[in-house]
Design a protein around this ligand. Structure first.
Ligand code: AP5
Length: 192
């Protein structure tokens, strides 16, 4: 199986690149942000609880997102691989993911970490906020908090994969196609 973690701060291009990578490598895209927004749209109890955190740019509790990923892995038992986008975001989530994959006799192949300058992140998110309807894209304070939470709570997950020799840093500035080429080269190298 080919199992990728697409990592990086808010606005680094995880969702954009995932959409292209699933086509090329025939993978299932698991985005915890998308799953949570689906719960919000469906006005489920989980969604209503998560919305309070997401609107402030804070993380949803580990047990909630780990449970969601566990269900999605079970629901896609015949998949040839996954892209994890926006997950894991804490070391506890990374450990839980390793345990879930071990039970399925597989593992993460590589973590691809998109490196993008902070001002570019802010510009991209504010730009999307003009018409995306995402509450967390429309307020500079919330965007700043999302980036601060990433630096404080999530960046450390890179070290977790570095210790396993699975971290690949990818320059995340430039056109979508240029970045896609860099990601594809790193994936082709990692899977061989
Ligand atoms: P989530 O949905 O994961 O959002 P995020 O990490 O903040 O990332 P974004 O989706 O905003 O950015 P992205 O890196 O995917 O970039 P994108 O391709 O969209 O999480 C939202 C919230 O949910 C969290 O704050 C948290 O509350 C909760 N949550 C989710 N997962 C969680 C977890 N595991 N644990 C706890 N809580 C969790 O691109 C952004 C914009 O830039 C787009 O408009 C795009 O068109 C544009 N763009 C992309 N590439 C380029 C480029 N090369 N040049 C110019 N523009 C570009």
């Amino acid at each position: 199986m080919l199992n990728l973690v697409l990592f990086g701060p808010p606005g680094s291009g995880k969702g954009t690149q995932s959409a292209k990578l699933i086509e090329k490598y025939k993978l299932i895209h698991l985005s915890t942000g998308d799953i949570l927004r689906g719960e919000i749209a469906g006005q489920t109890p989980l969604g209503l609880e998560a919305k309070k955190k997401m609107d402030k740019g804070e993380l949803v509790p580990d047990e909630v997102v780990i449970g969601m990923i566990s269900n999605k892995l079970d629901a896609n038992a015949n998949a040839t691989g996954f892209i994890f986008d926006g997950f894991p975001r804490t070391t506890a989530q990374a450990e839980a993911l390793d345990n879930l994959l071990t039970k399925k006799k597989t593992a993460i192949t590589v973590m691809l970490s998109l490196d993008v300058e902070k001002q570019e992140l802010v510009n991209r998110l504010l730009n999307r906020g003009k018409d995306s309807g995402r509450a967390d894209d429309q307020n500079i304070d919330v965007i700043e908090n999302r980036i601060a939470v990433y630096n404080k709570e999530t960046a450390v997950v890179g070290d977790y994969y570095k210790k396993q020799n699975k971290l690949q840093l990818i320059h995340g500035m430039g056109s979508v196609d240029e970045i896609f080429d860099r990601l594809s080269k790193a994936i082709d190298k990692a899977k061989n």
